[in-house]
Design a binder for this molecule. Structure first.
Ligand code: G1P
Length: 285
C-alpha cells in the first residue's frame, strides 16, 4: 500500500503540490542552435518551450514550479524574472498587451535549484528534494508539451482513485522505438489505466515487456527522493528515475495512465520540434 500521506489526494489538500522541471541538460540534439541558447528557450510558436511546461504545471494544481537548472543557462532565469524597466518602456510606447505578457511571465511562481553535473534524470529530480518538502510532487519533462493542460489532472484522478498511489503517463510507441524510453510491464486495471508490475529503462526491443513508453509526466510519492539518494548509476552511467521507480514498486503501488499520442507534442528532436510548432500554431489559430 502507498505509504505517503493519502490525505493529500482525498480532497484535504494541506498544500498544493510542487512541479519539478529538469532543465539542466546540454541539448546536444539541437547543436549548434543550443550552443548559446538553452534548448528550453527555443521558440515554440509564440513563447519559449519551457514556458508551456511551467504554465501546464501551474494550471494543474501545482502552486510552484521548481526548475532544475545549470548555472550555464541563465537565460531561463532571466525569462522568469521581473523586468520593470522593459515593462515601463512598453507602456510608455502604448504597447500594453506586450507589457502585460512580460509582466505575467516575470511574476510566475518559479524557483530554481541547480544540477551542475549531467548525472542523469534521477539525479536532477533529487536536486529538488529539499524544495519538494517531503510531499508528493509532479515531474514534467520539457521535451514534451501538453498545451491543453489536461494530463496532470487526469493522472491526479487516477491517484485519487488508488489511495494516493504514484502515477505516470505512458504512450504506446512502435516496437523500433521502445529502446529510447522507459518501458512498463503490468496489467490493465481499468480501461486506459495499468497497474505497474515492473519498469525498465531503455530496454533492447527484444527485452521490452510492452510497448508502453514512459512519456515525461510523473506524479510521484516523496519516498522516491529517499530511494534516489541511494540509486546506483544505470543505463548510460546515469542515475535513472526509472530505476528508482522500479525500486519504489517493492514498497508502493504504482499506476500508469495510457495517453493518446495526440495529447502531447514531442519537441525532443529538430524534426519533431518543427512538426510540433506547426501543430500548436494550428491549434492556436
Ligand atoms: C527520459 C526517461 C525515460 C522516458 C523519456 C521520455 O529519457 O529516462 O524513461 O521514457 O525521458 O522522454 P531521456 O529522453 O531523457 O533519455
Amino acid at each position: 500500500m502507498p505509504m505517503h500521506n493519502a490525505a493529500h489526494f482525498n480532497g484535504i489538500k494541506e498544500a498544493p503540490l510542487k512541479a519539478i522541471i529538469p532543465a539542466a541538460g546540454l541539448g546536444t540534439r539541437f547543436l549548434p542552435a543550443t550552443k548559446a541558447v538553452p534548448k528550453e528557450m527555443l521558440l515554440v510558436v509564440d513563447r519559449p518551450a519551457i514556458q508551456y511546461v511551467v504554465e501546464e504545471g501551474l494550471a494543474s494544481a501545482a502552486d510552484e514550479v521548481i526548475i532544475v537548472n545549470s548555472h550555464d543557462k541563465q537565460a531561463i532565469e532571466e525569462h522568469f524574472s521581473p523586468d520593470p524597466a522593459l515593462v515601463e518602456l512598453l507602456r510608455e510606447r502604448g504597447k500594453d498587451s506586450l507589457a502585460d505578457k512580460v509582466e505575467y511571465v516575470g511574476n510566475l511562481p518559479v524557483t530554481f535549484v541547480y544540477q551542475d553535473e549531467a548525472l542523469g534524470l534521477g539525479h536532477a529530480v533529487l536536486c529538488a528534494a529539499q524544495a519538494s518538502a517531503g510531499e508528493p510532487f509532479y515531474v514534467l519533462l520539457g521535451d514534451v508539451l501538453v498545451p491543453n493542460n489536461k494530463m496532470l489532472p487526469a493522472m491526479q484522478a487516477v491517484s485519487d482513485a488508488h489511495g494516493g498511489a504514484s502515477v505516470i503517463a505512458v504512450m504506446p510507441v512502435p516496437d523500433d522505438e521502445v529502446s529510447r524510453f522507459g518501458v512498463i510491464d503490468g496489467e490493465e486495471a481499468e480501461p486506459g489505466v495499468w497497474k505497474i508490475a515492473s519498469l525498465v529503462e531503455k530496454p533492447p526491443v527484444e527485452e521490452a515487456p510492452t510497448n508502453l513508453a514512459v512519456f515525461g509526466r510523473y506524479l510521484l510519492s516523496p519516498r522516491i527522493m529517499e530511494i534516489l539518494a541511494d540509486v546506483k548509476p544505470g543505463v548510460g552511467g546515469e542515475i535513472q528515475l526509472t530505476d528508482a521507480m522500479a525500486q519504489l514498486l517493492d514498497e508502493e503501488e504504482m499506476y500508469a495512465l495510457v495517453i493518446d499520442p495526440t495529447d502531447g507534442f514531442d519537441t525532443g528532436t529538430p524534426q519533431s520540434w518543427l512538426d510540433s510548432n506547426i501543430a500548436i500554431a494550428k491549434m492556436q489559430a
